[in-house]
Write a protein that binds this ligand. Sequence first.
Ligand code: SAM
Ligand code: SF4
Ligand code: SF4
Length: 382
Amino acid sequence: MAERVIPLVDQRLAALTPSVPAGAVGLPTGWLSDALGRPLRDLRISVTDRCNFRCSYCMPKEVFDKDYAYLPQSSLLSFEEITRLARQFVAHGVGKIRLTGGEPLLRKHLERLIEPLAELRTPEGRAPDLTLTTNGSLLARKAAALKAAGLDRVTVSLDSLDDAVFRRMNDVDFPVRDVLAGIEAAQAAGFDRIKVNMVVKRGTNDHEVLPMARHFRGTGVTLRFIEYMDVGATNGWRMDEVLPSAELIARLREHLPLVPLGATALGETAERWGYADAAGRHDPALGEVGVISSVTQAFCQDCNRARLSTEGKLYLCLFASQGWDLRALLRGGASDEALAAAIAPIWQQRADRYSELRGSLPPDGQAAGGARRRVEMSYIGG
Ligand code: SAM
Ligand code: SF4
Ligand code: SF4
């Protein structure tokens, strides 16, 4: 059993202070480029730091126990505050918004946040793609309301079809059948292009890769395999528990014919593989799988994602140790123009590329430039 590393410093308290540039400030142009030439396109918003699961790779029970200090309600951004910030990000070029957490469906009346977000428009007049990542436990109950509020897509996390393995991985004895019922409810509510995310841990659930692929093949649901990542500082990550995507695809191809597919969008995290027909051509009716190789194949060079934490800090990388306190600006009375003006230079100075540097950094959560501990994924969202 890997030794658990308990963070001594609560990184949620560490914050960088954004400032509004003095003098005349131009309006957002829908285009911001960071220090490495990467545009800002994708905003992930964590709406709660709480979760009803205790996946060992994300919120291990030993750390996230009954004494863990979750954020008080007053620290959370309100739906109005989230919407105001999201509007500025969309003005700066964000075309995709993902609600996440923690478990986002634990946030009460989430559909009341989705409604105003669905009304945002990019500078070209397009509605941003509005998606949600959930563990699926409450989806059967909420799918219809989410759809009615204007949510475009859902991604459901599911690590195994074997009930015993799944109950062990979520560590709260939650049954597989209820997550599958959530996926069915989402389909019945009219969601298409549903994705299922499976975090693969060698020795824990890698034997479930093929059964999962067989189960979702031809159902219209796209299964994506995620390499187990060294996010946060509490999951006791070890490289030997990572199943490299190349090995995973090779294993799948021994049983199911797959052909490589091109990326659909720049900055897309998943490498896509299509199920092939007898002639070796992709058969769209059988669908596709994706692999997200955050560990073995860094995709930092196209990374266009920003993350807004539950309490309004802006993180520029999943592996960052500090975020920019946008809530301070909001609650200090900043105008929309001032918020937009503050966001621009934060993105413009961004040079984060943790995954590309992983191999050359000191071990155990010490991000480039300092020995601070990284924030947890449940806090900034996946
Ligand atoms: N609770 C929701 C869920 O599980 O879908 C949303 C938040 S969760 C942090 C978002 C995604 O991050 C999930 O798909 C989860 O499997 C993934 N994740 C969490 N910890 C991870 C890790 N150590 N490595 C890879 N993926 C991880
Ligand atoms: Fe909860 Fe999602 Fe983290 Fe699992 S991965 S503990 S469901 S936030
Ligand atoms: Fe983006 Fe950071 Fe992940 Fe690289 S490590 S892809 S910069 S979030």
